[in-house]
Write a new protein. Sequence first.
Length: 76
Amino acid sequence: MDATELKVEFDKQLKDADAKIAEAENNLRGLKEYKLKLQGGMETLELLNPKTEETQGGVPEQSTDPQPPEPPSTES
């Protein structure tokens, strides 16, 4: 292969690489848009069904606050 043939082959490979890069960038852009839509859906679900401190994940959480002592009995 002489220099002219190599140049033609390299030009062809450069165009092919550019086309593949453009396609990959378009795919990446589409995936990023899809991710944003999924995140928006998750935020919407949280707004419609807000989590409370008592029910995270559907299971009541145990209180870590100490309970106040009961007042002394006034019965005689």
